[in-house]
Design a protein. Structure first.
Length: 148
């Protein structure tokens, strides 16, 4: 599998997709999904956030295995968004308090559909997908806030 966006792996995320910009999700392109995939799941996580375990920016599952991209500032209608680190069911852009943080976008190809539990957070989703992962792809974006 392959996951790409407007920014390259280990390069800066444009401020448009952060709290300093429009705070909208970037376009994600998904390629080479295994043929026997039943659904896709997505997690965007910042392990560098100061709270224990980092901060989760986006959680989604039951995305169609035929999905080729998630458009900018949108979410596929057949998917389910779970709770991010702020307990909101949506994308929250990077907003590090200091320094440069890493933002891991991870897409999982699963051999099943998951139950429609709208309160799943990152940890619960990771537990639910164990034993069902066929493949995964990761894209890491970097972001540091401009001095104010």
């Amino acid at each position: 599998m392959k996951l790409t966006s407007i920014f390259k792996n280990n390069e800066a995320i444009p401020s448009r997709y952060t709290c300093d910009g429009e705070n909208i999700n970037p376009r994600l392109v998904i390629e080479d999904v295994p043929l026997n995939t039943a659904s896709l799941a997505l997690i965007m996580h910042d392990p560098d956030a100061p709270m224990s375990g980092g901060f989760t920016h986006w959680v989604a599952w039951n995305l169609s295995p035929k999905l080729k991209h998630i458009e900018e500032n949108s979410f596929p209608k057949e998917g389910i968004q779970g709770e991010n680190g702020a307990k909101l069911k949506k994308y929250i852009g990077p907003c590090p308090p200091s320094g440069t943080h890493r933002y891991f976008f991870t897409i999982y190809a699963l051999n099943t559909l998951l139950r429609k539990e709208p309160t799943f957070n990152k940890d619960e989703l990771e537990k639910a997908i164990q034993g069902h992962i066929l493949d995964k792809a990761e894209l890491v974006g970097l972001y540091s806030r401009k001095s104010m």
